[in-house]
Design a protein around this ligand. Structure first.
Ligand SMILES: Cc1ncc(COP(=O)(O)O)c(C=O)c1O
Length: 390
């Protein structure tokens, strides 16, 4: 690109780093026979009953603009769904339809964050969660979860100190990449802390149905009231295998919805009607499918644990949720790209570099075990041998 043009770009946009996961994927996709375990998605396509709902909507000619906040029918369906999950009484007034989980986080942050605000993000974190507040001009403080004895822990007393004077806390539970999940007690403690100190909470709960011991992960939706400074972000991408559809939603106190409505108008205007029709089908008819995918991932998780334990210098953390395994690899350089590129060339399997998830991710690798069992078994075998031969 012309260097004069580059100098003319907004400094915030210009300073964004290229996604380290994308760099690995670009190389891996250029190599024959490589099993990709780097992206956060499974190889299950969207089920037919969901696609059919979109096709029917298209056939009915539902191709025009829709309301900024989403179709009332989808918002009501989402409110009912959450009321069933969390024994609450949300109404459609608490729900805003977004174009994906990423867009949900962006809208939540745009509603709250001003330049020079301090925003605390629990780390390691999905890169979007630190990039969005930075794009809005905020100072991002990464608060690392402590990792001891093969599990991640949140030290709420230490977090409390960091949150004094902060504008917002961004929390992702269940967490990509670590698989850590906040307990209901911790969520209640954070809600109380937000009331006491006045910071906002943006809670990214896109993996809330990918849990192995209960129906749904503990959620801020169970505790937020109309006067709380809490916004919960969710997505259809993971639970209903709809990554390419770009549909998500926000749960908000009713008072902030009109502001978000305006932000949507100036960001994307609205979500497509036929995608929202698919969303209604996912929620209304998707429970059996969801349980089946979780059962498949439960087996995948066991396969992954079996394959990746007992390797010298490699620690595998407990993962009560998500479809990721997060590995600490002794001696791994802060920049793990050369190691992963070598893995791709020699073992024909690729994973995500831990440092893509912030400083606390350095020295780690993230393995997505969303691939079908045959492909996964094969890839894990090669990955194990590669790690053993280090
Ligand atoms: C923690 C987290 N939040 C949000 C997203 C974005 O999801 P979506 O596809 O809905 O944008 C992802 C996707 O991987 C994620 O891992």
């Amino acid at each position: 690109m012309d260097s004069n043009l580059v100098c003319n770009i907004s400094p915030v946009a210009g300073s964004l780093e290229e996604s380290a996961i994308r760099a690995i994927a670009n190389f891996g996709m250029s190599q024959p026979g490589v099993t990709p375990l780097w992206f956060g998605e499974s190889d299950i396509s969207t089920p037919d009953f969901i696609s059919r709902a979109a096709i029917e909507s298209l056939n009915k000619g539902e191709t025009l603009y829709t309301p900024n906040n989403g179709l009332p029918a989808l918002r009501e369906t989402l409110a009912d769904y959450q009321n069933r999950l969390f024994s609450r009484s949300f109404s459609a007034e608490n729900i805003v339809v977004t174009l994906s989980g990423t867009n949900a986080v962006m809208l939540a942050a745009q509603t709250i964050v001003k330049p020079e605000d301090r925003v605390v993000v629990l780390s390691p974190a999905y890169p979007v969660l630190t990039a969005i507040p930075r794009l809005l001009g905020a100072e991002v403080v990464e608060f690392p979860l402590s990792a001891a004895g093969g599990s991640y822990q949140l030290d709420i007393d230490a977090l409390r100190t960091v949150l004094k004077g902060a504008r917002a806390l961004i929390i992702n539970s269940p967490c990509n990449p670590t698989g850590w999940m906040a307990s209901d007690e911790q969520i209640q403690q954070l809600t109380a802390l937000s009331r006491e100190l006045g910071f906002w909470i943006i809670s990214d709960e896109v993996y809330n149905r990918h849990v192995y011991q209960q129906r749904c992960a503990p959620s801020f939706c169970s505790h937020m009231s109309e006067s709380d400074t809490i916004i919960v972000c969710n997505s259809f991408s993971k639970a209903w295998c709809m990554t390419g559809w770009r549909l998500g939603w926000l749960t908000v106190p009713k008072a902030v919805r009109p502001t978000i409505t305006k932000l949507i108008e100036f960001n994307v205007s609205c979500a497509p009607a036929f995608v929202q029709a698919a969303g209604i089908a996912a929620i209304e008819k998707g429970e059996v499918f969801l349980q089946q995918t979780v059962e498949r991932f439960r087996v995948s998780r066991e396969m992954t644990q079996r394959a990746l334990t007992g390797i010298r210098g490699v620690t595998l953390y407990e993962t009560p949720a998500t479809f990721y395994a997060f590995l600490k690899v002794e001696g791994l350089a802060d920049n793990s790209q050369p190691f992963i590129l070598d893995m791709i060339e020699t073992a024909k399997v690729g994973v995500a570099p831990g440092e893509a998830f912030g400083k606390a991710g350095r020295g780690h690798l993230r393995v997505c075990y969303g691939a079908n069992h045959d492909a996964l078994q094969n890839a894990l075998h090669r990955l194990r041998n590669f790690l053993l031969a280090r």
